[in-house]
Design a protein around this ligand. Sequence first.
Ligand code: ZN
Length: 446
Amino acid sequence: MKKAPPKKERVTCKKCLMPFEERFINKNGECVICDEYRKKWLNRDYEEKEKELKQIFEHYRQRNKDHKYDSIVAFSGGKDSVYALYLITRKYGMRPLVVTADNGLLTPFARANMKKVIDQFGVDHIVVTRDQEELKSIYRAYFKKTKNFCEICYLTIHSALGQAALEHDVPLIITGFAFKVDSSHFRAAHRYCFEDSFAKIVKDSIPAEIYEKYITKQARADNQFHLLHLFDYINHVDKEIYHVLENELGWDSNKREDKHMDCRFHHMLGYLRMINGDLTSLALMTPAALLRDGQITVEEFHEQLAKEKDLFKNVDKKQLEEFLDFFGVDEEFLTSNPDCPELAEILVYESDIENLIKSERNKGADNLTLIKLLFDSIRPELKRDGGDIRIISFNEQLLRIELLGACRACTIADQVMMRYLEHLIRTYISEDIILENVKPLAPFSR
Ligand SMILES: [Zn+2]
């Protein structure tokens, strides 16, 4: 196994205090995430967005008026999903089926808390379980190739939601994911959609029938699920959320035990990054997001960061042993550099994009033409994975697009594909363009 390559020099963003490679910092000293935040979230008209949300909800109430459920709510038992469930039922009067994916890593606290919450709302709740040994074999196979495991958790959530939507004929899937306070950014997309890359990475290690259970892209393309992130429409403010949880649902937010309770290895993930020379990235995510959004002060940022770092540093022997045992590796593996050539195969070479855009711009092409060319260069790879992309409208500032086929309701497309497209457009076409993923309403009958 190779040694990890040396880390590139980093520059700290003036606004959110996260370190970045210099090319991701703009002339005002702010990072790409802060830049995106300013354009997309800072002046978001939440009144308008809520009107839009009510129309969407009304559509699905009508569509499913003879069904027991009009929506599916993804539920981890953490604060965001509890607050989302609170709004969906008490404020908007929806009749959701609450769905938890058993990712194999849920803590006992999460399970107990889920039950408490669900009892208060009087809604139906299902936990989509998987065979624990089977799930563990997938985690192991994937971890041994990539030293990551979050993707397997996404996959269990992704397939559980798709499965429930299909079985109950409920196309609306609501998540409590808050993009406004998320600090991840993607500067590369890989050739295969994440279901396929997962299958490809572990295909030699586990039987095909196991991973086929987790591949739901055909169902998503056929049934036109509508994946809605509630906090795209409703402002996500930590203090308000805790206020509701404490006063209306009787939570004790001082304990803050809800943090990451859906993953019993969250601390180990931070530890793993730390011992590989990436000291702060995971610990920084939440404090940086809150600072960026003006929800905390710089002093509070440093306090929170110190607390997060301590969690990762203070991994004890028992936690470490449990982790090594689960993944079937030794301690030495944690600092090694695994070979995973498949993952390195990127969707599109940016130098090709850059050259294409430059030469066409020199010939006088306008931005819309350049965007079309950019999409055309990605399209064959998307199509091969059962996806596609379509431009709905463009007015030099707002580019509205629609993801099609298997990408349509992919739970990870908004996080990875959309952000990657934004990165390409911002870097090679114009910094001023804002990208919006338009999600059409699912039809009344299949
Ligand atoms: Zn920043």
